[in-house]
Design a protein around this ligand. Structure first.
Ligand code: PFF
Length: 437
């Protein structure tokens, strides 16, 4: 249970509630939802099992795991290193957005108190100094939890946060779908127009699936290294994948109808040609509209709690993002946990501060490190496990907590996905998304 909670804590975060609805809105609605689900289950789930198994087998960080299983060959450790780089760059922009979730808790409070000038001042996502302050606060919180050791804090936070987030999403969805104007959004979200599927959309959906499931950079290799031999890996991975996809689905159900409602009420969401005006800040424009409309104390309770829970969800993800390079520095370079967390966290924060002053960088980071970097990492993990370490060895590791795995349906299907289906699909999507084929 502890592992599932921690892994779900890593997976459920801004990717689900900020990233997913934003991608749906900029990429053809329901068509994106369907391709996304396909990517999460057909590519994401097999890769998740691969990562967790590599971590548990070796008990190491991503670079160390590739070193051990790859017999010290540099080419293989490089795969882990690539994951580390992607993780660090993702953490850099993630921290800025996570900072927004905290500033919006204040926004809701100021708005309730009638201090509307303060509310709009603190919630201006284009304000460099404010972004920098909140990003620093957030990184400070992440570092201090990492210093306290991983398991306890994450487990406790996730156990209480996840059900509450779920409840608040469901209640808000109930409220939104009854509002006039929400119908258009529901239609866009649930009825696919497959003519909208382009190589570009597929690339974004695949990147989003990797990002949301925390895959392709070794976060789950690291978490797998803390997993007990008694656990059933495929089962744990299935729970995490389902939970993550479900929360993303709910977030879309809340945000997409709200966007259309807000647009109908004169909040500019799309430009004349139907493109999103400020993609990175979408949910921060749209959701406060909803909370303000609920009005009074109700708006404060829902809005404040929502952004608070979102910042906790983001925190359980930044912890896993920072834990990867930290465990690497501890295991491979003998650093103390304290210096590793402080130096690496501080270094990443320096990049976050640059992004704080130019938030248009976020879209570029998303493209390079999420949409290309993570699937590339997943592709290399599949090839390494499938053809070098071999799926039979991985299945033997799984057998420890899943005694009947060898004769299971899973053992017949998973190797095919790891060796053939996932790598081919990733390669094809990368090449076509980049316009190479
Ligand atoms: N999965 C997290 C989210 O959806 O917000 C983000 C993330 C965490 C990505 C950890 C990658 C990672 F290793």
């Amino acid at each position: 249970m502890g592992f599932i909670l921690a892994a779900a804590g890593s997976a459920v975060g801004l990717g689900n509630i900020w990233g997913f609805p934003t991608q749906v809105a900029s990429n053809g609605g329901a068509a994106f939802l369907f391709i996304y689900l396909l990517c999460a289950f057909a590519i994401g789930f097999p890769v998740m099992v691969a990562e967790i198994t590599m971590g548990r087998k070796t008990g190491r960080n991503p670079v160390g795991a590739f070193k051990v299983l790859g017999n010290n060959k540099l080419v293989y450790s490089a795969i882990g290193m690539w994951g580390l780089i992607c993780g660090v760059m993702i953490l850099a922009f993630y921290t800025v957005i996570a900072g927004w979730t905290v500033s919006y808790v204040f926004e809701e409070v100021f708005f309730y108190l009638g201090m509307t000038d303060w509310a709009s001042w603190i919630s201006n996502t284009g304000n460099g100094p404010i972004n920098a302050v909140f990003a620093t606060v957030f990184m400070g919180a992440t570092i201090s939890i990492i210093l306290g050791g991983v398991s306890d804090g994450i487990e406790r936070a996730t156990k209480f946060m996840m059900p509450l987030l779920l409840i608040i999403l469901v209640v808000m969805i109930g409220y939104v779908v009854l509002q006039p104007g929400a119908g258009v959004g529901l239609e866009v979200y649930l009825f696919p127009d497959f003519s909208k599927v382009t190589p570009d959309l597929v690339l974004s959906a695949m990147g989003q699936a990797f990002f949301s499931l925390s895959l392709g950079m070794g976060a789950l290799i690291t978490y797998g290294s803390y997993l007990s031999k008694k656990e059933n890996i495929p089962e744990a991975a299935a729970y995490v994948t389902l939970m993550d996809a479900f929360i993303a689905f709910l977030a879309g159900l809340l945000v997409i109808p709200t966007m259309y409602m807000a647009q109908a009420q004169g909040v500019p969401i799309f430009d004349d040609s139907g493109n999103l005006l400020a993609s990175a800040a979408l949910i921060f424009q749209v959701l406060p509209e909803l909370f303000h409309e609920m009005g009074g104390l109700l708006g404060l309770i829902f809005g404040g709690t929502f952004f608070f829970l979102l910042s906790i969800a983001a925190l359980t993800s930044t912890i896993s993002l920072l834990e990867v390079p930290v465990s690497y520095a501890i295991d491979e370079h003998g650093l103390k946990r304290k210096s590793a967390a402080t130096y690496i966290g501080g270094g990443v924060l320096a990049i976050s501060l640059i992004i704080s002053f130019d938030t248009s960088l976020i879209d570029h980071f998303v493209f390079i490190f999420n949409e290309i970097g993570l699937p590339l990492g997943g592709f290399l993990i599949c090839l390494f496990l499938g053809y070098y370490w071999k799926t039979d060895n991985a299945l033997a590791e799984m057998q420890e907590g899943y005694p009947t795995v060898m004769t299971s349906f899973f053992a017949r299907v998973w190797p095919v996905f790891v060796k053939v289906i996932a790598p081919l699909a990733i390669l094809y999507n990368l090449l076509s998304g980049l316009g190479i084929i």
